[in-house]
Design a protein around this ligand. Sequence first.
Ligand SMILES: Cc1cc2nc3c(=O)[nH]c(=O)nc-3n(C[C@H](O)[C@H](O)[C@H](O)COP(=O)(O)OP(=O)(O)OC[C@H]3O[C@@H](n4cnc5c(N)ncnc54)[C@H](O)[C@@H]3O)c2cc1C
Length: 507
Amino acid sequence: MAELAARLRAIVGADNVRDDAVALALASTDLFDWPDAATAELVVRPGSSEETAGVLRAVAEARRAVVPRGAGLSYTAGAVSFVPAVVIDTARLHAIAIDAGNLVATVGAGTTWAALAERLQPLHLRIAAPAPISGSHSTVGGAAAQNLPGGMDGFVGATVVLVDGTLVRTGSAARRGTSAFWRHHGPDLTGLFLGDCGAFGVKTELSLRLAPEKPADFASFAFGDAAGLVAALVELMRGQVVTRGFAMDRLRARAAAKLEPGEAARTLGAVVARAGSVGQALRDTAQLARVALSPAGSEAPWALHLTAEADSERAAAERIAAAREICAAGREIDNVIPKTLRAKPFSVRGMIGPEGERWVPVHGIVPLTRAVAAMAALESAIADEQRELDRVGLAVNWVVSSMGAYVTIEPMFYWRDALEPIHLDALSPRNRERFGAFAANPEGRALARRLRLRLRDVLDAHDAVHAQIGRFYRFTEQMDDGSAALVRRIKAALDPDGRMNPGVLGL
Ligand SMILES: Cc1cc2nc3c(=O)[nH]c(=O)nc-3n(C[C@H](O)[C@H](O)[C@H](O)COP(=O)(O)OP(=O)(O)OC[C@H]3O[C@@H](n4cnc5c(N)ncnc54)[C@H](O)[C@@H]3O)c2cc1C
């Protein structure tokens, strides 16, 4: 390993190859606990696509396994190898090039979503892809590798380094001298690398479609039960009435409203900056102050938050008016949550509970026609386990969301347990002090692990597919023979020795 480390230092610089215990341990974790995890052998931070190609050629000669890693803020072991591996950390791949004339941004794979959004704001442009809420810290490359529940149409092309060091470009940029402006140029090779969890190569650059900012209107509704809420969401999405629907249960709403003072001020600033007029800004400030005392929908068992974007404010308001009719079974409440979510879309505070609890979700993306039944089956499975949940001290919260012809259902578990360096690194100093000394709770972890598997099976029985497949959700195992053979043949062609993120996608 010392010989490989020396070769890699010659390529990326001495500071960008780590072999100390702290760095290796951190690069071997994500937000959950994986008893089968192996400790990384080296952590390498290349600074360009060419350096990444040099690194992978050296690692190929040493015949070591490779794991690409962004911020490590996932929870399905996609970035946690079960065999010792050299970790390629993309943190130094953060260049941003904006081609506003062609509505494209090309960014290094380690760029955070928030860094890109910040650069676009003065240009009145936005990222067309639905970015993850963790985007203040998580990377564009990590999301590209995992799929986003809202869809991957916003990706125009990628630069990828294969396991033998071959550097490839996809989309229009694959043609010599042509920029990344259009995804579809022959077969969709960009699609091949989206959602691969890093099984097919290391993405070093991604090109993303940009779009002009659009006016939006908002509404929120309280519902007495999940069934009525999910039925309304399905109708809204089938009719393409709103752009985004996002629902939380009462516990989740209370947790979401627990902002720290600094974060509350930043949220207020973001909402007011988006308000569009002084009068609207004053109304929004008053609304946020009211909600800080009594969080929107926090007394309702369930709340559905809607955002409708359109070409004019009037058209957006018309969409919300149509949504009101569909949500007639609910009661309209303060719309501060969807407004805040649009103004300040990124935060990793939710990686732990309001009192510092450990958190782990499980999700399924189900067809519109299966959503009500899937929700009922999940609620029934949880009710079945309620005694055990109470005994061990696990709370269950829910998020249900959609931006198209599907519904994502995401039950999440919270329990008191020791936090790991990956959590503590992302917390504010105040919260690090408050939550940093909890004792380990192996029983809580074990129950979360068992219930996650149980709920995954319930979702799969309702035709669920999954983003973030990693080493947790089943992929090739559930495919018909021909489709599984195709995936295996692609893997064998790109990575004959199976050294690129071995085990993800069941490969
Ligand atoms: C508070 C919070 C909110 C979240 N909200 C959302 C959300 O709204 N939507 C959502 O989808 N997820 C969400 N997540 C989950 C997670 O943060 C995202 O899926 C995120 O996109 C992961 O990015 P990352 O940079 O942390 O990737 P990592 O965890 O580092 O990696 C994830 C996977 O991608 C692979 N990978 C990473 N970079 C590359 C690369 N350059 N080339 C090839 N493979 C690569 C890894 O090998 C691994 O398989 C949330 C997490 C938290 C903590």
